[in-house]
Design a protein around this ligand. Structure first.
Ligand code: HEC
Ligand code: HEC
Length: 507
């Protein structure tokens, strides 16, 4: 058993609570990005180098210095800046995000955005207290930005403190004018949600901020996107509501309105209950995640606008409180967090946990939402450790920022197929199509959307032209914003595309 797994089993035996001493950690391995990076990391790393898997090496090399993912080009087709501002603010939306952002055109940093939305940090201490908003850090996500989320590049939620933490007792007490913000570094995007007072519906927003490096020749480096500077120095801002984004890769409704048009929009939390598997906390595995975060990051470094010294104050129970008070106790797919820990104690494979297995099977069959990985550890270890050590060195100024690799997609192979980023290893051609396409192409879409023309759950009803188009879209080169599945959400090898093509051709 590996050492981290041992450490976790120990606290799990202790009942998933109480204090547990931090497990010992070895120095980072030394397989490398650039000669300089290797040399710098080797200074600290005594044990023999661990060979990164060929795939990990490939990923590191391929992504060094790359900027945003290709689908940012999709947003370039939408109106931007002033035109978008006028369009959005002219809609008369009766929600607090529209109201406040329409008065705040000059926002130039994440902290300013939070302040404008009334969820800015004002005190050096307090989560939801002393004037601070509530916040929680998540180390693994199946959301829009999930590809780049890991313990060293977490997704942070900053939100209006709910009336109580979860689990809530008694009837829900919603907070009028609540705002929730989601952010992970790696992309120039911030996600928001608020409730419209007139319709009582949730409204989701995507903020696309522009960085100075985008205008300069060569674009942004990975450090520009994953380092602290992504949170400030913005030179422009475009805000889209969920209606603007419908039928794009950024469509919020795919996951926040999973049952289709005219059904209720949802706040989501896939690790909603104690012990919240992937959330940072001051106890148990959540504390280990915080410790890992600080192997890469500095206590003086704000992340997601949250002051560095507050990161360990992350409280998923507050996000649970918000989600439950707003009326979303029932989730379309939720990790059975407690039962999973019991299986760690019993030494049983987590994927066999019956509730998880049922949700996972439904997701694979295109009938449910994508499930997070059942184990808190989902990263490809060598690559992750290297990313962590490299981050720390670069932050300390001992590595060239240009050598900093992209730290997106640190998922292990198994985590990739379990979270729908890849088909399962045993999938046949039809299985590949259902697993990789059905979540966005199914029978419950608004029929006026062009993507409703391709239904991965009813291939026998598709005409030849549509099937041919599906094949064509899968075969587009990597980097094309039209490639299917969109690279943000999934990838197929040439062999898998060939299998999927064969399955489509026999329809
Ligand atoms: C691929 C699925 C997916 C898409 C697409 C998606 N989200 Fe989410 N979102 C989630 C999940 C799952 C969560 C719960 C936290 C997590 O797992 O990251 C979440 C959480 C959130 C939250 C925190 C409040 C809450 O519901 O818990 C906000 C804000 C949010 N999303 C905004 C957006 C916006 C805005 C868009 C569209 C631009 C969007 N999301 C698109 C899956 C998605
Ligand atoms: C994350 C959501 C998502 C996934 C997953 C996805 N698509 Fe799409 N697809 C879209 C969106 C959004 C559009 C509409 C915009 C466009 O045409 O690019 C679209 C459009 C299409 C179209 C054009 C439909 C038409 O008639 O105009 C085809 C064909 C298609 N996708 C095939 C696929 C196939 C095949 C897969 C799986 C291998 C897949 N898609 C996976 C989101 C997705």
């Amino acid at each position: 058993m590996e050492s981290w797994r041992k450490g976790w089993a120990i606290w799990a035996v202790l009942g998933v609570s109480g204090c547990v001493a931090a497990t010992a950690r070895g120095p980072a391995p030394t397989q490398g990005v650039s000669a300089e990076a290797i040399a710098a990391v080797e200074e600290e790393a005594a044990p023999p180098p661990v060979q990164a898997t060929p795939q990990a090496e490939h990923l590191i090399q391929a992504e060094v210095g790359h900027s945003a993912v290709a689908d940012q080009a999709v947003l370039a087709h939408l109106p931007a800046g002033d035109a978008q501002w006028q369009a959005l603010c002219g809609r008369g939306h009766d929600d607090v995000v529209s109201e406040r952002l329409c008065k705040s055109r000059g926002v130039r940093s994440l902290a300013e955005l939070q302040a404008a939305l009334g969820i800015g940090f004002v005190s050096k201490i307090g989560n939801g207290d002393f004037g601070n908003p509530a916040f929680a850090f998540l180390s693994h996500s199946t959301s829009l930005t999930g590809r780049s989320v890991s313990p060293i590049n977490p997704r942070v939620f900053v939100f209006t403190d709910p009336s109580t933490r979860g689990p809530i007792a008694g009837p829900p007490k919603p907070t009028e004018d609540f705002v929730a913000l989601g952010f992970a570094r790696g992309e120039p995007l911030v996600e928001l949600v608020a409730r419209d007072r007139t319709t009582n519906e949730l409204r989701f927003f995507l903020v696309r901020f522009e960085l100075g490096c985008e205008r300069e020749q060569g674009g942004c480096s990975s450090w520009d996107l994953f380092g602290p500077s992504v949170e400030g120095g913005w030179v422009g801002l475009s805000v889209y509501d969920d209606a603007d984004l419908e039928n794009t890769v950024f469509d919020c409704n795919v996951c926040h309105q999973p049952n289709g048009p005219s059904t209720r929009k949802l706040l989501r939390m896939s690790q909603q209950r104690f012990p919240w598997t992937h959330f940072f906390r001051d106890k148990d595995q959540g504390k280990e995640l915080v410790d890992e975060y600080f192997l890469a990051h500095d206590k003086r470094e704000a992340y997601g606008g949250v002051p560095g010294q507050l990161v360990s104050w992350s409280e998923p129970a507050r996000l649970e409180g918000l989600v439950e008070h707003e009326g979303f106790i029932e989730q379309p797919g939720e990790l059975p967090t407690k039962a999973l820990v019991q299986r760690i104690v019993a030494g049983k494979p987590l994927a066999g946990e019956p509730t998880y297995a049922a949700f996972f099977a439904a997701a694979q069959a295109g009938r449910g939402v994508t499930m997070p990985f059942p184990d808190a550890r989902f990263v490809e270890k060598e690559r992750y450790k290297l990313a962590s050590a490299t981050y720390r060195k670069t932050l300390a100024g001992t590595l060239d920022v240009e050598a900093f690799p992209s730290i997106a997609e640190l998922h292990s192979d198994e985590a990739r197929w379990r979270t729908g980023r890849r088909p399962a290893p045993d999938a046949d051609g039809k299985g590949i199509v259902v697993q990789m396409c059905a979540r966005c192409h199914n029978g419950s879409l608004d029929p006026s959307l062009s993507r409703a023309r391709f239904d991965a759950t009813a291939l026998d009803t598709m005409d030849e032209a549509e099937l041919a188009l599906a094949i064509e879209r899968m075969k587009l080169p990597s980097g094309s914003p039209l490639k299917m599945p969109p690279e943000r959400f999934g990838e197929l090898t040439e062999e898998e595309i060939a299998k999927a093509e064969a399955a489509l051709l026999v329809q």
